[in-house]
Design a protein around this ligand. Structure first.
Ligand SMILES: Cc1cc2nc3c(=O)[nH]c(=O)nc-3n(C[C@H](O)[C@H](O)[C@H](O)COP(=O)(O)OP(=O)(O)OC[C@H]3O[C@@H](n4cnc5c(N)ncnc54)[C@H](O)[C@@H]3O)c2cc1C
Length: 459
């Protein structure tokens, strides 16, 4: 039984990547922690993830990939990566060998995320605080603008937990049509959600109600393209993700390209939202099929014939011997055939060095359609986490419009926005690095001091 008569050092709202990392670190520092989770179980989107802990290998690569990312937060993630991996190992959880070409430029390892979360949860449960699932109606209690605790409902009982700091880690607003439309725009309200179902902007709303401001990059988001039409459910999240779209040609219903595909499926995915009907078509030849589509997207990833699976699941797919036949099928999906023919012709010419006008830049290593059979899939966008959220500093402290801290309030993981611009440099790593930083900063601030990494006095 958790004792609510005494105040907690930290109350963490949301028990996914960021929330569990925060709570784990806070317990290690000797704090009394309350971890509140809305779902039936802990884990959030992280528990549905591929468990790849990754990011840019150094700040130079980070700047090349995300020239407009937050200049403070991004480098802290790069710097914090090794500690994040160490935290996983310290829990006695398996970590694979590192690979250095994740998405061609990232450093990455595979971790046993379910084992990690089981261990972190047991630790918090066995501490002087505890973990509660199936929590609802979470609200922050403020005292003269400073966080003083959290009110919530658990098992039908209204509870009040007093606390010196709160960390919002509810996983973003991807499940909330209103916030999606407001920030991403372009009819994004009904973009399919590829995440846990509970991340509906609670952290953002709680944080802004307490005085926090919104971050930058509110219109950016991470997700992947999936075949269309296809109901988006956890069974297809990893199985049907079209990672290899970076090596194909992506067009809209006008038959025109709208992005440099080599920027990654995560970028094409965002731009599909802005195309007519919010649909695109991914086209590739047999060389890409053999080398990319059938290959594992990353070590430990699934090697699957995603074209065949999408066909079996009823998505719009095509497989033909000639390009003429392919264009006929795609035209039947409502794509302008003449526009498509021009696009493919121009792409072909540009890839052999001809000077032709293109709708979008040619990838550095283009994939002209050379050898049949040729394949196509209609694609739909989806959202896993927004890049925007609450404005935070490098300690995960929530900031107001004037960049002053909201006393006692922190945000980590997808609730903390602004770190990423258009391209994606990791999800779990933000939770792990900033969960840890939030715990350190919250305890340092509320206790006044940390002695040798341990909390000395909470009052
Ligand atoms: C299919 C899939 C594959 C992925 N693969 C990878 C990968 O390999 N590598 C990678 O880096 N990233 C990956 N990601 C992204 C990664 O999972 C997220 O970036 C990460 O989980 C975000 O961490 P978070 O703590 O912010 O949110 P989450 O992990 O989603 O945790 C948020 C938690 O808050 C809870 N919550 C929401 N509202 C409330 C409330 N009001 N009160 C209490 N609790 C609340 C939610 O139920 C949830 O448990 C993947 C995601 C998916 C869906």
């Amino acid at each position: 039984m958790i004792d609510f008569s005494e105040p907690f050092d930290v109350i963490v709202v949301g028990a996914g990547a960021a929330g569990l990392a925060t709570a784990n670190r806070a317990v290690d520092l000797g704090a009394r922690v309350l971890l509140l989770e809305k779902g039936d179980a802990v884990g959030g989107s992280a528990a549905l993830s591929a468990g790849i802990l990754w990011t840019a290998p150094n700040v130079d690569v980070l700047r090349r990939i995300q020239p407009d990312g937050d200049p403070v937060i991004g480098p802290l993630v790069v710097k914090g990566y090794e500690q994040a991996v160490e935290d996983v190992r310290a829990a006695g959880v398996s970590v694979s060998d590192e690979w250095l070409d994740h998405l061609e430029w990232g450093r990455a390892c595979k971790i046993n995320i379910l084992d990690l979360f089981a261990k972190w949860t047991a630790k918090v449960d066995g501490s002087s605080g505890g973990v509660l699932t199936k929590v609802s109606n979470v609200d922050l209690i403020l005292d003269e603008g400073r966080v003083a605790g959290v009110a919530f409902v658990h098992n039908g009982v209204n509870r009040t937990a007093l606390g010196k700091a709160a960390v919002l880690a509810t996983g973003g607003f991807q499940g909330d049509p209103e916030l999606k439309q407001k920030f991403i725009g372009n009819g994004a309200d009904d973009v399919a959600v590829r995440s846990n179902p509970h991340s509906v902007g609670d952290g953002f709303r709680l944080g802004t109600a307490a005085g926090g401001a919104a971050s930058r990059h509110l219109s950016g988001f991470y997700g992947h393209t999936l075949p269309s039409p296809l109901p988006v459910s956890p069974e297809v999240f990893l199985r049907m993700t079209l990672y290899f779209s970076a090596y194909g040609i992506v067009v809209n219903r006008l038959g025109r390209r709208f992005t440099d595909e080599s920027l990654g499926d995560e970028v094409s995915n965002q731009f599909v939202v802005r195309q007519p009907g919010q649909r695109g078509v991914l086209i590739w030849d047999d060389e890409v099929q053999q080398k990319r589509a059938l290959a594992v997207p990353y070590p430990s990833g699934m090697a699957l014939n995603r074209h065949a699976e999408a066909t079996a699941l009823g998505a719009r797919t095509a497989e033909t011997d000639t390009l003429e036949e392919l264009m006929d099928v795609i035209a039947g999906w409502g794509v302008d055939r003449a526009g498509l023919a021009t696009t493919l012709e121009n792409y072909q010419q540009a890839s052999v060095g001809e000077s032709v006008a293109l709708d979008a830049p040619l990838p550095a290593n283009p994939s002209p359609l050379k050898t049949g059979p040729f394949r196509a899939i209609e694609i739909q966008p989806c959202i896993t986490i927004p890049f925007g959220g609450l404005r935070v500093d490098g300690d995960s402290q929530v900031l107001d419009r004037d960049n002053n801290p909201v006393p006692g309030l922190f945000a980590a993981g997808a609730d903390a926005g602004g770190a990423q611009d258009l391209r994606y440099v990791g999800g779990l790593v933000f939770g792990f690095v900033f969960g840890r930083r939030a715990a350190d900063a919250a305890l340092a601030q509320t206790s006044g001091m940390l002695d040798g990494g341990r909390l000395v006095s909470a009052s």
